[in-house]
Design a protein around this ligand. Structure first.
Ligand code: NAP
Length: 490
């Protein structure tokens, strides 16, 4: 292995103080690539979650009245500190999450870019002066911070999914309580240390780590001081949160699951399409919400494409994320390996062929980790699990198609609507297909689509709300209209 991480024991951050949980309980964090313990964090109680909300509520008046330029300065400084500490944060991320170190460093940069982007947006929160219906009146439209925000984040991008919420929340003048995934709480703590060291006042961001996500959610959803919850995670939990939000009519942003189609038309640049599919499918061992889950290849190029894809996939070394040269790291845990294998076995049982991979790796260096071979399945049909359920693993399933109408219907036949991709050199088709795909994100001749300056989010059961771009800050602002009467009469 390249670098190892020293055992890291972190704490909760409540009102500017790093502290243990009430009662002192902790839980261990495990390296999915080796099974070793890499650190531990406090197991917050309900009293700790309430204390974090208290701190966020207390910090709110001061933070929302802090000049936007000052909030922006703190965000930019937070980004700088993340970059200065990139190796430390990335090593921690690889140790608890598994992704190869190069990918982890890339995520630190991507995560920092949200702070920088939203520093700029903080400086440009504008209202409106609207022409009144009655000329005696004047009408103002104000955009104000929603208040205390709770952010619940997943393990697959432990830094970026958090900064994508904290960046706009801080920019808008909101204060936050963060609940990271219990598999990856250490990276979250390191990022919050950057915000704190950048000069954010006590209570502006608070961290609660807990193994009891249901308790945390219940405490947040029943506390009237929390005005908004931003959640990234599975569609299943997202639906629970929609139900929980009804009680106090909480504002929600939901970045949920995906099941991306990846279409390759016969006129595509095949080298570009293969690299695009590989980047989309195998990054983070296939554990991204925008991962290609179904590849549709036009019949005339299918065999050639499959052969070239298999050759490329066979060249991807599998190993611990800290081992030099690793391209495919471990999956997050054994349950994730089982799900990937279930999708492979289901496809094979229903008539697909195994073109490459298809096995767990359990011997030698893989013995104590959660490893699955990068896999290619030939001949996926709509009745197979992989065609309609999120696999969240390094398994590409290929289906041949004949016509544009046929493939659009197949691509849209999903309850998910997050990311979609296609490759073509025909520019009329490019616009037509981009418009017909029922997804929040379309990558046309591009397999990597995430960036801080674009509106990221889904339609259908992939959720609602957008993160990033010029609209990302709107999720943390309330719109208020002010009617000033009798101005024209004085
Ligand atoms: P998850 O199981 O839904 O967990 C996400 C977060 O919710 C974690 O912090 C988890 O805590 C917490 N949680 C668990 N049970 C909860 C409950 N009853 N109430 C409130 N919070 C609860 O999802 P995951 O497995 O971590 O992440 C993978 C999923 O996220 C995939 O479906 C993926 O597509 C989706 N995702 C979407 C996006 C996007 O932008 N659309 C981005 C990344 C990932 P614990 O860790 O303690 O269980």
């Amino acid at each position: 292995m390249a670098t190892t991480m020293p055992n890291l024991d972190e704490q909760l951050l409540i009102g500017g103080t790093w502290t243990d949980a009430t009662g002192g309980a902790r839980f261990d964090v495990t390296d999915p690539g080796s099974g070793a313990t890499v650190g531990s964090v406090p197991n917050a109680t309900q009293a700790d979650v309430t204390a974090a909300i208290d701190a966020a509520a207390a910090a709110l008046p001061g933070w929302r009245s802090t000049p936007a330029l000052q909030r922006a300065r703190i965000l930019r400084k937070s980004a700088d500190l993340m970059r200065e500490r990139a190796v430390e944060i990335a090593t921690c991320m690889t140790s608890e999450q598994g992704k190869p170190l190069a990918e982890a460093k890339g995520e630190v940069e991507y995560a920092a870019s949200f702070f920088e982007w939203f520093a700029g947006e903080a400086e440009r929160v504008y209202g409106q002066v609207v022409s009144p219906m009655n000329t005696n009146n004047r009408v103002l439209v104000l955009r104000q911070p929603v208040g205390v925000v709770a952010a619940i984040t997943p393990w697959n991008f432990p830094a970026a999914m958090m900064t994508r919420k904290l960046g706009p929340a801080m920019a808008a003048g909101c204060t936050s309580v963060v609940k990271p995934a219990s598999a990856t709480p250490l990276t979250a703590a390191l990022v919050l240390r950057c915000i704190e060291d950048a000069g954010a006042p006590a209570g502006v961001v608070n961290l609660v780590t807990s193994r009891d996500a249901g308790m945390v959610a219940n405490t947040i959803f029943t506390d009237a001081r929390v005005k908004k919850i931003s959640f990234t995670g599975s569609t299943e939990i997202g639906k629970d949160l929609i139900r929980a939000s009804a009680h106090q009519v909480k504002r929600l942003s939901l970045e949920l699951g995906g099941h991306a189609p990846y279409i390759i038309f016969e006129d595509a640049d095949l080298d570009e399409a293969i690299e695009g599919l590989i980047a989309s499918k195998y990054r983070n061992a296939g554990q991204t919400c925008v991962c290609a889950n179904r590849a549709y290849v036009q019949r005339s190029i299918y065999d050639d494409f499959l052969a070239r894809l298999v050759k490329r996939v066979s060249e991807m070394p599998v190993g611990h994320g800290l081992t030099e040269g690793t391209v495919i790291g471990p999956m997050i845990n054994e349950a994730a390996v089982e799900k990937a294998d279930e999708h492979v076995q289901d496809a094979l049982a229903k008539g697909a062929k195994l073109a490459y991979g298809g096995h767990r790796l359990t011997e030698g260096e893989y013995a104590n980790g959660a490893y699955y071979e990068p896999t290619v399945i030939d001949g996926v049909t709509p009745d197979m699990l992989i065609h309609h359920e999120e696999t969240f693993g390094p398994v590409a399933g290929l289906t041949a198609f004949d016509t544009e109408d046929e493939v659009i219907a197949l691509a849209n036949s999903s309850e998910y609507g997050l990311a979609s991709y296609f490759h073509t050199k025909d520019y009329a088709r490019l616009l037509r297909v981009a418009e017909r795909l029922e997804y929040g994100i379309v990558g046309a001749n591009a397999g990597i689509i995430s960036a801080a300056n674009v509106p990221f989010g889904g339609v259908k059961e992939s959720g609602y709300g957008r993160e990033g771009g010029s609209v990302g800050i709107d999720e943390y602002l309330d719109v208020k209209y002010v009617l000033i009467g009798a101005v024209g009469t004085v």
